[in-house]
Write a protein that binds this ligand. Structure first.
Ligand code: COA
Length: 155
C-alpha cells in the first residue's frame, strides 16, 4: 500500500479522504461526572466549550458531537501512528448553526502536506451516540455567493 494518500497536484477532482467517528454519550457522561469540565478543557478550547454551554451546564450531546468531529477530521489526514493534541483541530459553531473546522499547528502541517486547505464536517446526535463525518477540501476556498441588493437587481 502507498505510504500516505495525498491529493494529486493538479487538484484532484473526485479525491476525498473521508473521515468519520462515533462517540458514546454514556462514556462521555461518565467522564464528565468523574472528572468534571476540566477534563474536557484539554480536548476543547474555551470557544468550543462555550458552544456547548447552556444555562444548565455543558450540553452533553454537543460535547460528544464536537469530540466526534475532531476525530473524524483527524481521520481525513491519513497519518499513521500519530497522536495530535486535541486542540490542534478546532470545531466551532458558525452563526448559521453548522460546524466549522480550523486547523492549528501540527494538524495544519499534516493537512498542508496532504494538499488539504480545509476540512468540512457534519455532526449528528441522538440519545446514545454522536457521529460526525468529515471531508477534506482542496485548493483555494471559493468566495461566498453574493446576493444583489434590491436596488442592484431593480431594472
Ligand atoms: C486510529 C484511530 C483514528 C482509530 O479511531 P478509534 O476511535 O480508536 O476507532 P474507530 O472505531 O472510530 O475507527 C476505527 C477505524 O479507523 C480507521 N483507521 C485506522 N487508522 C486510521 C488512521 N490512521 N487514519 C484514519 N483512519 C484510520 C480504520 O478503518 C479503523 O477500522 P478497522 O480497525 O476496522 O480497520 C485512533 O485510535 C487514533 O489514533 N486517533 C487519534 C487520536 C488523536 O490524536 N486525536 C486528536 C484529534 S484532534
Amino acid at each position: 500500500m502507498p505510504a500516505r494518500p495525498t491529493a494529486p497536484p493538479a487538484g484532484g477532482l473526485g479525491w476525498a479522504n473521508l473521515g468519520m467517528d462515533i462517540v458514546s454519550v454514556t462514556r462521555v457522561r461518565r467522564l464528565l461526572t468523574e472528572h468534571g469540565e476540566e477534563f474536557f478543557g484539554r480536548m476543547l478550547d474555551a470557544g468550543e466549550l462555550d458552544d456547548c454551554r447552556t444555562s444548565a451546564g455543558l450540553d452533553l450531546l454537543g460535547l460528544c458531537g464536537r469530540i466526534a468531529a475532531k476525530e473524524a477530521a483527524f481521520k481525513t489526514l491519513r497519518v499513521r501512528h500519530v497522536l495530535l493534541p486535541w486542540r490542534d483541530i478546532v470545531v466551532r459553531r458558525a452563526d448559521g448553526g453548522w460546524p466549522v473546522v480550523r486547523l492549528r499547528r501540527r494538524a495544519a502541517e499534516y493537512a498542508a502536506q496532504a494538499g488539504i486547505t480545509e476540512i468540512t464536517v457534519s455532526i449528528s446526535h441522538d440519545v446514545d451516540y454522536a457521529v460526525a463525518v468529515a471531508a477534506p477540501i482542496l485548493g483555494d476556498p471559493v468566495p461566498p455567493l453574493t446576493h444583489p441588493s434590491p436596488e442592484q437587481s431593480a431594472p
